[in-house]
Design a protein around this ligand. Structure first.
Ligand SMILES: *[C@@H]1O[C@H](CO)[C@@H](O)[C@H](O)[C@H]1NC(C)=O
Ligand SMILES: *[C@@H]1O[C@H](CO)[C@@H](O)[C@H](O)[C@H]1NC(C)=O
Length: 363
């Protein structure tokens, strides 16, 4: 019997697949995490058969779940392919702590991980290094694990080796099923594709460089603010819902929104910019300008969240020492492709590319 796994897509730090004792029978969830190391991707193997691994993703309340299989049965005591890693006299311990202070502590092992592939044959990864979590926080009933998407040696991407090349793409939608693609099929190209320069020189994450934000026609440069940079100033994150900007710059963006919206601000929402009007036409459209030439015209859905009769700006301000984050709501309905070998993150909008038939469309 092969069990289906789901992956919760949350980016923050590197971690492996973790399983908790409370995993429901017949189901197992893992969280997808992004983290980037400075290791280089492997070259395309010449005997590649052209098939690409992929997994279905669905939105579940607050997070994105990715389905994959861990074979034959994710119960270490019943799985002949489960092998504990031994360090000195006992199992090798690991501990991963995430930006939101959730953590996973456990022991390392290897196990067979299987996902789908475009050839129709399962993509089998024998002896995949995983962390078997014994003490985890931040995992709810729908998700019981985390997967790393960075280029660190232990991430899912790196362990795919030559068949992923570090390439992956996803499209988040608030409804239905989409896919996360790896390898050749993850290349995002064609009409309407824009590419932003990718930087991986800080903290191991995938960074972009935000040059400016336009609120309607009002272009607000980062130049002249402490946020300005040329080598990456914003993490592109599949886990954070909101987009975060440092206060100094964030205030300018918020002010620009406030200058346009003609409705009463909801004071009780604290720092969140919310208005008592559900007339979305009243709210200005927002464009993110990234170094490399990606001017990402966001839909209202990407930047405003309906909170029953009011809309709130999905951009939050953070202190100067905190990371700026390009969150997943703002990425919704874009096909987002990571290509570490050319150091670009590509975006292709909109919806059309996020349908269940993503695979065919990107071919
Ligand atoms: C990766 O970064 C580490 C620490 O900054 C450095 O020591 C190492 O040489 C780098 N590796 C590569 C392949 O650039
Ligand atoms: C889990 O780990 C945390 C952090 O190290 C520790 O404080 C806690 O006691 C651990 N819980 C269990 C049940 O071992």
């Amino acid at each position: 019997m092969i069990m289906a796994l789901s992956l919760r897509i949350i980016i923050k730090a590197f971690l492996l697949i973790t399983a908790t004792a409370s995993s429901p029978p017949g189901g197992f969830t893992i969280e997808l995490t992004h983290r980037h190391s400075n290791s280089s991707s492997s070259p395309l193997s010449s005997d590649d058969d052209g098939s690409s691994p992929y997994a279905d993703t669905v939105f579940a309340t607050t997070e994105y779940l990715m389905k994959l299989q861990i074979a034959p049965i994710f119960d270490p005591t019943k799985s002949s392919s489960y092998k504990a890693k031994i360090c000195h006299d006992g199992p090798c311990p690991y501990k991963s702590t995430y930006a939101d202070q959730t953590y996973s502590i456990g022991t390392l092992a290897t196990e067979t991980v299987t996902i789908q592939s475009t050839s129709g044959q399962p993509f089998v990864m024998p002896e995949t290094l995983i962390g078997c979590g014994h003490n985890n926080t931040g995992l709810d009933s729908k998700s019981s694990g985390i997967v790393g998407l960075g280029l660190g040696a232990s991430s899912l991407i790196s362990q795919m080796g030559e068949r992923s090349l570090g390439l992956f793409s996803y499209c988040f939608t608030g409804q239905g099923t989409s896919k996360i693609n790896f390898g050749g099929n993850a290349v995002v190209s064609g009409d309407g594709t824009v590419a932003a320069d990718m930087f991986q020189n800080k903290h191991g994450f995938y960074y972009l460089n935000l040059d400016a934000v336009s609120v309607g026609d009002n272009r607000i440069e980062t130049l002249g603010t402490p946020f300005h940079a040329s080598d990456g100033n914003m993490i592109v994150d599949s886990g954070a819902t909101f987009t975060y900007l440092p206060d100094s710059y964030c205030k300018k963006v918020k002010e620009a929104v406030e200058n346009v919206v003609r409705a009463d601000r909801v004071a009780s929402m604290g720092d969140m910019l919310c208005y008592n009007s559900d007339d979305i036409e009243m709210y200005p459209s927002i464009t993110l300008h990234f170094s490399g030439g990606a001017d990402l015209v966001l839909e209202k859905y990407n930047t405003y969240m309906n909170r029953g009769g009011m809309y709130c700006l999905a951009i939050m301000c953070v202190g100067p020492t905190e990371d700026a984050i390009f969150g997943n709501r703002a990425q919704n309905n874009f096909l987002v492709g990571y290509d570490p070998s050319s150091m670009v993150v590509s975006f292709k909008g909109h919806r059309l590319f996020c349908s269940v038939e993503l695979k065919e469309i990107t071919n």
